[in-house]
Design a protein around this ligand. Sequence first.
Ligand code: ADP
Ligand code: MG
Length: 251
Amino acid sequence: MNASTSTPAPAAIVVDGLRKSYGSNEVLTGIGLEVAAGEVVCLIGPSGSGKSTLLRCVNLLEEPSGGVVTVGGVDVTDPDVDLDGLRRRIGMVFQHFNLFPHLSVLENCTIAQRKVLKRPQAEAVEVARRNLDLVGLADKADALPAQLSGGQQQRVAIARALSMDPQLMLFDEPTSALDPETVGDVLAVMRSLAEAGMTMLVVTHEMGFAREVADRVVFMDAGVVVEQGPAAQVIGSPRNERTKLFLQRVL
Ligand code: ADP
Ligand code: MG
């Protein structure tokens, strides 16, 4: 949980009237959502409700069909937007971590620093080691991904994202593909990131995590935000029938 201040922090992400269609299938039908700097927002909702699509519109992996998305005050749909610059500011962690299988853990965390940020090797290694230490994997720097558990690989993926010095982090069901016994370590890393003040938008089915770590929970269904508010309210005493039904199924 982040300390509140008297002056509101500038919004890190503003989504307003966001629409996205695939052919005639309108998947997002007017989404409004704000994430303030330093805020942790958990996005919950049934499969197919558009959560991943929303995240992918924020870093322009998908092109919005309408509406506005700004990241750090920059309109991502502006045709003149510096797309590489935008993506550099946004760390993304997916369900499937997609580490390079032939590269060591350390190399997985240095390659984009070298190629995209043009960092010198020594600096890239220093940054990577610092972030591997942060996720509890300093001793695995020389391992290959296949030698690690799923949870350890996901923590490498988080260290890799952090090594690009992102201003905010997007997580799309980061623990959904993991063996249950490795989930806790990943959530612990995400919790420590949140406590360190990272701005985070997290799609998750981990209601315990949402309840304890999120500043705000947003419930989506069928392409719209149905209900949002403090975690204790949305998860603990939801107002909307659709939210209630969803929570009955997942809790
Ligand atoms: P969620 O992450 O909440 O499960 P998604 O954002 O993945 O939902 O998907 C929402 C809807 O959009 C689904 O009906 C899905 O089939 C559709 N969809 C997602 N990606 C594509 C795509 N690339 N092409 C066509 N339809 C898609
Ligand atoms: Mg999804």
